[in-house]
Design a protein around this ligand. Structure first.
Ligand code: WQD
Length: 357
């Protein structure tokens, strides 16, 4: 059975990808420092697939422990590197943490790969590398723009490090870079999903926490943008569809099908949806009324971005399949499930926190 190492594998996108890798017959090793996720994800993954992934509680910044881990497992066929800090707002306040964690963590991985005969890495990147594109929908040839946050800059820097290493001729490493748009939703089993710590930055978890009563109302950050209804537009991609793109990328590398030693793919639906459209669709899909208020714009928000997924559709043979209604329903089912699990004390604690809003 081919082994795949998934760094950040107990996280939101990582855990969904582990499930799809196991479904595809891969043996999975999760490496995670649990700084933004819980070990419970491993049990939840097992409940879905019936197979418990290997788990190594290691930080990508811990070169020696990672070296030992690679040696202990022997022939790892590919790595999917998710492990990184990813809160845009937090990165503005803690740039050094973001550069050290995201960039040094990747470099440790890249240095260790040839020492242990690992040649394939799928890198978790982001549409933030495009900034506000000049042309929409945005394809992989669009120029990257100066990042609007240290988080986005680390994604650009990491892409460039991998590109330069692959082109150095000194390394057998090959890479597929997946640029995600806005991942949302949860596994249909409601066993895994997004678990934001504290007040969610992202739209959909904030919506579901408002719908369940944890938050008083959703603040819509601006309706005076140059869009049909004035609110920002994004390309929201179902997290399971996104996870499946990673399995296809690993298959492509192991079957040595790459056209280039490094390939880039936009992983999005190709359809833009505004914040207000999403809010209305959530209410329609779930039947839950969502209190919201239009407030001022959020710093750093770009106005509109959605993918041209033609290359991923044609070259990877991947396409987003899940409807937005089903995706929003899955996010709601997950929110209800995690609340069902919480005891009364946790509910009271969340309500106290929400009242501070
Ligand atoms: C979406 C829209 C907000 C919250 C995300 C990730 C980032 C990167 C790119 C992975 C915006 C609006 C939000 C709220 C709101 N992904 N909004 N009220 O900013 O596109 O960035 O995708 O690398 O890591 O964060 O996503 O969900 O924060 O915002 O009105 O309470 O929803 O203004 O227009 P964003 P988001």
């Amino acid at each position: 059975m081919e082994k795949v190492l998934v760094t950040g594998g107990t996280g939101y996108i990582g855990s969904h990808t582990v499930v799809e890798l196991q479904n595809a017959g891969y043996e999975v090793i999760i490496l995670d420092n649990l700084s933004n996720s819980t070990i419970e994800s491993v049990t939840r993954i097992e409940r879905i697939t019936g197979v418990k992934p290997h788990f190594e509680n290691i930080d990508c910044l811990d070169y020696v422990s990672m070296d030992r881990m690679f040696a202990s497992y022997g022939n790892i066929s590919a790595i999917i590197h998710f492990a990184a800090s990813k809160a845009v707002g937090e990165s503005v306040k803690k740039p050094i943490h973001y550069y050290r964690n995201n960039v040094n963590g990747l470099m440790n991985i890249l240095e260790l790969m040839p020492l242990h005969g690992v040649e394939n890495i799928v890198f978790s990147s982001s549409c933030t590398v495009y900034g506000q594109p000049d042309v929409l929908p945005v394809n992989e040839n669009a120029p990257t723009k100066p990042a609007t946050s240290p988080y986005g800059n680390t994604k650009q820097i990491c892409e460039e490090i991998i590109r330069d290493l692959v082109h150095s001729g000194e390394s057998k490493i090959k890479s597929i870079v997946l640029r995600y748009f806005n991942p949302i939703g949860a596994h249909p089993s409601a066993e895994i999903g997004e678990l934001p710590i504290g007040v969610p930055n992202n739209l959909v978890p904030y919506i579901t926490q408002t719908a369940i009563g944890l938050r008083e109302k959703l603040m819509v950050y601006g309706d005076d943008y140059d869009t049909p209804d004035g609110s920002c537009i994004r390309d929201y991609i179902n997290v399971v569809d996104l996870a499946k793109a990673h399995v296809i990328a690993v298959n492509r590398m192991l079957n040595k099908k790459l056209d280039e030693d490094i390939e880039y793919f936009n992983i999005g639906t190709g359809k833009g949806m505004s914040v207000l459209e999403l809010v209305n669709l959530f209410q329609k899909a779930t039947g839950v009324e969502l209190p919201y208020e239009i407030v001022g714009r959020r710093d750093g928000d770009i106005v509109k971005v959605w993918a041209d997924p033609t290359k991923a559709n044609k070259v990877l043979g991947w396409k987003a399949e899940t409807s937005m209604e089903d995706t929003l329903k899955s996010a709601w089912e997950w929110e209800k499930k995690i609340h069902a699990k919480e005891g009364a004390a946790a509910k009271r604690a969340r309500a106290r926190e929400a009242s501070k809003q």
